[in-house]
Design a protein around this ligand. Structure first.
Ligand code: BTN
Length: 266
């Protein structure tokens, strides 16, 4: 793997070009998890704080899984949002962040990245990255800290992936015919996330849904989903306005699945 220099402030968009993100930007050579850090310190840092790491020793994935990435191989980024407790659009954040990440990949590399419900960024049918949204109540006030975590595989070779994911994981280094510029991916990610988060007081659910569906390769495909210990097989027919997946079940009937509590077989 061709490990590049650590990411730094100069790699990212100038603060004055950003509307919500980047009031504070933290760079860690090593940390347990950028998500865990911002959740722990949510009362300390302002809305829009960004945290990047070269290495996470306890990187977290969805549904309690680990997120592993060799030092310097990836863009590992978390963004802190401070919001009122009742944010109706919270369930849309995995879509919003996945879209931003896919757009960033396309902007920086020209590769047509897609999204896969609920939180995957995909390239040529393989997982290029993922999104993890976590949140915590802030003190006694009716405020909530929300952390958007994004991991993008940039410089890994196939041998860097664990045996259980190697058949469906990819990186930009593997997929791209041209040299890959990790700082350019980080820069584009911050730009696209900031653009989606700043488009209005609350992100526009209809616009997110439209843009997400346009990048999704899910519609019409067969899927097996695990929910409440039961396996459901069926055909994906839609994404609803809350970001839930709508599936025509083989056993008959239509059912919606919520991303936060549903596992999906690859
Ligand atoms: C998934 O696909 O399961 C989600 C992976 C999210 C990984 C990112 S890397 C930056 C941030 N910090 C973490 O510990 N996890 C997220």
């Amino acid at each position: 793997m061709n490990v590049h220099r650590p990411l730094s402030r100069e790699d990212l968009p100038p603060t004055e070009s950003l509307r919500r993100l980047g009031r504070e930007i933290l760079f860690f050579s090593e940390i347990d998890s950028t998500n865990a850090f911002l959740l722990r310190q949510a009362g300390v840092w302002p809305d829009g704080t960004l945290a990047f790491a070269e290495l996470q020793t306890l990187g977290r994935g969805r549904l309690g899984r680990r997120w592993l990435a060799p030092r310097g191989s990836s863009v590992l980024c978390s963004a802190l949002l401070i919001e009122d407790v009742d944010v109706e659009w919270l369930t849309l954040l995995p879509m919003l962040a996945g879209l931003a990440a896919a757009e960033a990949v396309e902007q920086a590399t020209g590769l047509a990245a897609g999204v896969r419900w609920p939180n995957d960024i995909v390239l040529a049918g393989r997982k290029l990255g993922g999104v993890l949204i976590e949140s915590v109540a802030l003190g006694s006030a009716a405020r909530r800290a929300i952390v958007i975590g994004v991991g993008l595989n940039v410089l890994q070779q196939a041998g860097h992936f664990a045996p259980e994911i190697v058949s469906h994981a990819t990186s930009l280094e593997i997929a791209s015919p041209s040299p890959v510029d990790r700082p350019a991916i980080a820069r584009a990610l911050v730009e696209r996330l900031d653009a989606w988060l700043s488009s209005a007081a609350a992100p526009d659910a209809a616009q997110i849904r439209r843009a997400w569906l346009a990048r999704s390769q899910d519609l019409g495909t067969r899927s097996r989903l695990v929910h409440d210990g039961r396996v459901f097989a069926g055909t994906i027919v839609d994404l609803d306005e809350h970001g839930d997946l709508v599936v025509q079940l083989d056993q008959g009937g239509m059912r919606c699945f919520r991303g936060a509590v549903t596992a999906r077989e690859w």
